[in-house]
Design a protein around this ligand. Structure first.
Ligand code: ATP
Ligand code: MG
Length: 635
């Protein structure tokens, strides 16, 4: 039972390290599997991305033509301004059937200028289409990953949740998948699209003026240096932010879930301090991240401005026209944004790998308890339960088993239709027996049989369909009372729900609540008393109508009146079923056909109340401690 919170990767990913490179590749492969169903759109968005990347060069060439046409007042050959390596000298004027050096009038100028918004629009539109497609694909991918992650968590055995922090799981399912979405796809796009833009512009620049281009390329490494320096800092801080946000979520979730405890101990201030610590650390890192990230731009621009100044001197010396110089500088500035994005690739790769690591750890986790490949679906059993030589150890989050077994050498035969009371000191192993019967855990030795079949050979669903449970702490969902009862059997009709509520003695009080069965129970719903909640959970179990019933009686004493009502409700529920009750009330042990006494994980004795009282010292002791005060009250 490994915990889901161990950081899967170091904060710094050095792609030169073959192990880490393998991790990154595995992550990308795993993400790719999710992209495959949408590969058509994905490829389309990538192609559009490449086109929009290339279009930057097209646009600049277009501008160059327009500028020289408008500013010189006559048509020019393309060769006069640019010589493309592949196309050679192209003469746009000739393409249009106009001789070179034809003077252009206001009409020509207007048409030429009208092409500026057209070019800008086309580039923007291509970019938009590509981004939209990309967003479409990533949303689908994350939708699927999120569903799968939640499904995977739902399939884990209860042991997993003993060792996991719920807030962290929530944060992983909600936020980390989002990080994967935003970054991973952008990465793929960036890696494909940006180089195309850069190469396109460079080719164009070289064709236009190779000396100028070469000069400016000398400037680039100078620009890259601060990016590399700052990039390191950004990466370190960025990775930390992911862990911080998990801690924040976990701390918040716990404070909310335990709000009653927080309040009753007046620990709001303490909780706020705890939250503040995680929050402050996250904020601090966010600021550092932004500081480093945003510093890159101005620094690069400043360095680049030296280049422009130098370029201007060169232009003066070589007699380059103003419009040509303007276009050259524009081309250079167009190189910068894609270059900046490329420089961030490693940063995003890192964030993505860390986030994806958390997500895929959940996705790929095989539940500790799984249906056997040849598991059978069992129908309704008679409810005969056998514990055959059961020994079981709990395990900690590192899967190390505890020194002492929680239950040891348990041999127990429970006959259909009988009522058994389980008694024993706290920690004797009573709840553990329930967990083993429900197959929340598999025993380390022995087997649990239901109607003679090992429960490991049937599906968990069909096994649990045979078991109803009413536990100590009643859990109600934030939903109507009706739906909370229906949870026992989802296809139950209204009449069946009401019949169950009547048997559970819940109908009377439900009718009295405003909205009745439509009233919202559970978190944020109408406030029900402990006894009322229990009766709803009994109605739920009645509706389930399973042949085996597990009762974990509430230790908290109810007043005699509600005690009686609940006793009756349980009596109705128990009819014709194999009942195992962890008993805390005298009335329950008196009703039992047989009482099973547990001590330190073993079965000490079994018999009726009278038999045990006369022969078992341990039982007498327990009785005096747990049940006799109640006895005195009743008699
Ligand atoms: N999730 C768990 N992880 C590790 N150890 C556990 C876990 N649950 C129970 N144990 C240990 O197993 C032993 C049996 O616990 P169990 O909950 O079955 O006792 P119990 O008889 O139900 O006690 P109580 O009357 O207090 O509910 C105890 O020593 C307990 O510390
Ligand atoms: Mg217990």
């Amino acid at each position: 039972m490994s915990a889901p919170s161990a950081p899967p990767l170091p904060a710094k990913i050095n792609l030169a390290d073959p192990h880490l490179r393998a991790v990154v590749m595995d992550t990308l492969k795993a993400i790719w599997k999710y992209v495959v169903p949408y590969r058509g759109r994905f490829i389309l968005s990538t192609v559009l991305g490449i086109l929009s990347g290339l279009f930057t060069s097209v646009m600049i060439i277009g501008f160059q033509l327009i500028f020289s046409l408008v500013l010189n007042g006559k048509t020019t050959t393309l060769g006069q301004v640019i010589e493309l390596p592949i196309f050679g000298v192209i003469n746009p004027a000739e393409l249009l059937g106009v001789a070179s050096d034809t003077p252009v009038g206001i009409f020509g100028v207007a048409i030429a200028c009208a092409f500026i918004p057209v070019l800008i629009f086309l580039r923007g539109f291509l970019g938009y289409l590509s981004s939209y497609m990309q967003a479409w694909v990533t949303s689908k991918v994350v939708y699927q990953i999120r569903n799968d992650a939640f499904g995977s968590i739902m399939r884990q055995s209860p042991g997993y949740f003993n060792n996991a922090r719920i807030g962290e799981l929530m944060q992983t399912v909600i936020s980390q998948t989002g990080v994967v979405q935003r970054n991973a796809m952008m990465l793929i796009q960036t890696v494909v699209q940006r180089p195309v833009t850069i190469i396109g512009i460079l080719v164009m620049l070289f064709a236009s003026d190779w000396i100028f281009t070469l000069m400016s390329l000398v400037i680039f490494p100078a620009c890259l240096y601060p990016i590399i320096r700052l990039g390191k800092r950004v990466r370190k801080v960025g990775a930390k932010e992911e862990y911080d946000s998990r801690a924040l979520m976990a701390s918040m979730q716990e404070s909310f879930a335990g709000i009653r405890l927080v309040k009753s101990y007046a620990r709001e201030g303490y909780e706020m301090q705890r939250f503040d610590r995680s929050n402050a650390s996250m904020t601090h890192n966010m600021v550092r991240w932004a500081k480093a990230l945003e510093l890159i731009g101005p620094i690069v621009e400043t360095v680049a401005s030296f280049g422009i100044a130098a370029g201007l001197v060169y232009a003066w010396q070589r007699g380059i026209t103003a419009e040509k110089f303007f276009v050259l500088v524009m081309a250079l500035t167009q190189i910068y944004p894609p270059l900046k994005e490329l420089s961030r690739v490693q940063l995003f790769l890192q964030k993505t790998t860390i986030a994806a690591g958390m997500v895929f750890e959940i996705l790929n986790r095989t539940p500790d308890i799984q249906d056997a490949p040849d598991a059978t679906v069992i129908g309704r059993t008679s409810g005969a339960v056998t514990f055959k030589n059961i020994t079981f150890f709990y395990r900690d989050r590192d899967d190390v088993q505890k020194e002492m077994p929680a239950v040891k050498d348990i041999d127990l035969q429970l006959d259909p239709g009988k009522f058994y009371a389980l008694v024993g000191r706290s920690g004797a192993g009573k709840s553990t027996l329930f967990s083993l019967l429900l197959r929340f855990y598999d025993p380390d030795a022995g087997a649990v049989l239901l109607d003679g079949t090992d429960i490991r050979s049937c599906t968990q669903d069909s096994l649990r369909a045979n078991i109803g449970i009413v536990s100590q702490d009643t859990f109600l969902f934030h939903d109507t009372i009706r739906e909370n009862i229906r949870y026992g059997r989802l296809d139950a009709t209204e009449a069946e729900i009401i019949a169950a509520a009547k048997k559970a003695h819940a109908h009377e009080f439900i009718e009295q609540i405003s909205n009745g069965y439509d009233a919202i129970a559970g978190e944020g719903g109408c406030n029900l008393s402990g006894g009322q909640k229990q009766r709803i959970s009994i109605a739920r179990a009645i509706l389930r109508d399973a042949p085996v019933l597990l009762l974990d009686e509430a230790t908290s004493a109810l007043d005699t009146e509600s005690e009686k009502i609940i006793q009756e409700a349980i009596h109705n529920l128990s009819a014709g079923k194999t009942v195992v009750a962890i008993a805390h009330r005298l009335s329950t042990i008196l009703e039992a056909d047989q009482i099973i006494v547990m001590e330190q994980g073993c079965i000490l004795d079994r018999g009726t109340h009278a038999e045990l009282l006369s022969r078992n010292a341990m039982y007498q002791n327990l009785y005096n401690l747990q049940f006799s005060t109640e006895n005195k009250e009743e008699s």
